[in-house]
Design a protein around this ligand. Structure first.
Ligand code: HH2
Length: 269
């Protein structure tokens, strides 16, 4: 089955960060039982799947070991197994392998198969879907001075290359979706230009996943130059703009509100 058949446009992906330090919900779901309850609630609210992550990738964050990531996510995945459709937000082959064994359907790799040389093989030898995301630099330093000649065309050509790499590694194209990586090595202006020109990413021919929810660019465009997050209202506007430009999967913290907004956008469309 292709990813667009499994997750038709628009599909909402709820975010469950089993971390102490994620940028907007750090600590909220750090206890496994809280993460499980959040995931179940998100599905009740209309999420098509839930993205479980054990490592923050917020600007400035440090990476964690595979052992620590497994310690965080495995109890959550065990509990949700067979009940909630799961995406695993990881760049580590070992974590992806265990998550797939526990039923994860999608591997969400913010490094687009550049982080762990074994990850492509793990995905290829499973039936999991894969999200390839653009990032300039690495989380610890990516917001220091992101530079592009032309952000939209550079992100598009990066994603096309990473898709070719994934296909060459044995991952069928129909299982791949692409993500421009809002906030990952991009200024406020670059993020908004990328959103305006999202059609250029959609034109690559694969479903596009967007993560705009609560991102700091949304808070900054509202006038606070120091904002570290953006409000729900701005997240909804950004999601609808992305939908209008062809996005398929929406990675969000506030599921009910996004499902409602996107249902209206889809009815107009
Ligand atoms: N954003 C974050 C994490 N993972 N994955 C994809 N595909 N796209 C995104 O835009 C994306 C992502 C950052 O958000 P969050 O998970 O809320 O925070 P943190 O990385 O601090 O855990």
């Amino acid at each position: 089955m292709s990813i667009e058949e499994r997750f038709p446009r628009p599909s909402v992906m709820g975010v469950v960060n089993v971390t102490p330090d994620s940028f907007s919900d750090g600590g909220v779901n750090f206890a496994a039982q809280d993460a499980v309850a959040s995931a179940r609630r998100m599905v009740d609210e209309g999420a098509a799947l839930v993205d479980v992550g054990g490592e923050s990738t917020r600007p400035g964050s440090e990476s964690v070991s595979a052992e620590e990531e497994l310690r965080r996510v495995v109890p959550v995945l065990e509990e949700l197994r067979g009940e909630v459709p799961i995406s695993i937000d990881t760049a580590k082959a070992e974590v992806a392998r265990r998550a797939i064994e526990l039923g994860a359907e999608l591997v969400n790799d913010v490094t687009a198969l550049r982080g762990d040389p074994d990850l492509a093989g793990v995905v290829a030898s499973s039936s999991a879907f894969l999200c390839l995301m653009h990032m300039q630099g690495e989380p610890r330093t990516m917001q220091d001075s992101p530079t592009y000649e032309d952000v939209a065309s550079e992100v598009a050509s990066f994603l096309e290359q990473r898709m070719r790499f994934a296909i060459a590694e044995g991952i069928p194209e129909e299982r791949i979706c692409l993500d421009p990586g809002f906030g990952f090595g991009k200024t406020v202006e670059q993020n908004f230009e990328l959103l305006a020109r999202l059609g250029e990413i959609v034109a690559l021919g694969r479903p596009v996943l967007v993560g705009l929810s609560r991102k700091r660019s949304l808070g900054r465009i509202l006038g606070d130059p120091e904002a570290m997050t953006g409000p729900l209202s701005a997240s909804l506007a950004a999601a609808v703009e992305a939908y209008e430009r062809g996005a398929t999967i929406f990675r969000v913290h506030d599921v009910r509100e996004h499902v409602e907004a996107l249902t209206v956008a889809a009815a107009v469309g």
